[in-house]
Ligand binder design. Structure first.
Ligand code: FMN
Length: 175
């Protein structure tokens, strides 16, 4: 039985939901703890055999806090062969939904000193009704330009849950 820590960097909660799904998947046979990035500072990472990080994109970037966490804990992450996935809406496009073709994974690997063991990317959610005025119309414009949905009275979830489960299955093999 392995002890696994899953850390999420999420603004609107969708990455947390994906991490909860991974947690439920890995929970059989492992001891899995799920924590937001903000709370993980208080935790001794050496207590875990594996660490998985899921992080969403906002205006082209993973959060600064994510990079701070990674830089601070790089040695531990390297030792434990930890895994990473990104959540963004560009990944709804088939030509941008793999670790090799997603621009935010490429950017992450260029910026981050840490090279994760397994990497994936999942399409996120456009949740117009819950966005503030500014975000709603910026996202609507981006969706218009990228041929996505523009009806701001609705939410659109692009996540392929079977892909999330396949990734979780791959992670299980390591434990
Ligand atoms: C203000 C805002 C900016 C966003 N910027 C981008 C972006 O630049 N590229 C992208 O692919 N997705 C972008 N997204 C989509 C988010 O990555 C997607 O909604 C994701 O599911 C959010 O995850 P979270 O709920 O865990 O924060 C943006 C979403 C919002 C609300």
């Amino acid at each position: 039985m392995s002890s696994v820590l899953i850390v999420y960097s999420s603004t609107d909660g969708h990455t947390k939901i994906i991490c909860q799904r991974v947690t439920n998947f890995l929970n059989e046979g492992n001891l899995v703890k799920l924590l937001p990035l903000e709370e993980v500072k208080k935790i001794d990472l050496s207590n875990f055999e594996k660490i998985i990080i899921g992080a969403s994109i906002r205006y082209g970037k993973h959060s600064k806090e994510l990079y701070k966490f990674i830089n601070l804990n790089k040695n531990i992450l390297d030792k434990k062969k930890c895994d990473f996935f990104s959540v963004n809406v560009v990944a709804r496009k088939p030509e941008k939904n793999t670790a090799e073709t997603n621009p935010y994974i490429n950017k992450f690997l260029r910026i981050s000193e840490w090279k994760p063991n397994k990497i994936s990317v999942f399409a996120g959610k456009v949740d117009y009704p819950n966005y503030n005025f500014f975000d709603k119309y910026i996202i609507k414009f981006i969706m218009f330009v990228t041929k996505g949905p523009t009806d701001t009275s609705r939410s659109y979830e692009f996540t392929d849950w079977s892909k999330v489960d396949e990734f979780s299955e791959e992670l299980k093999v390591d434990y």
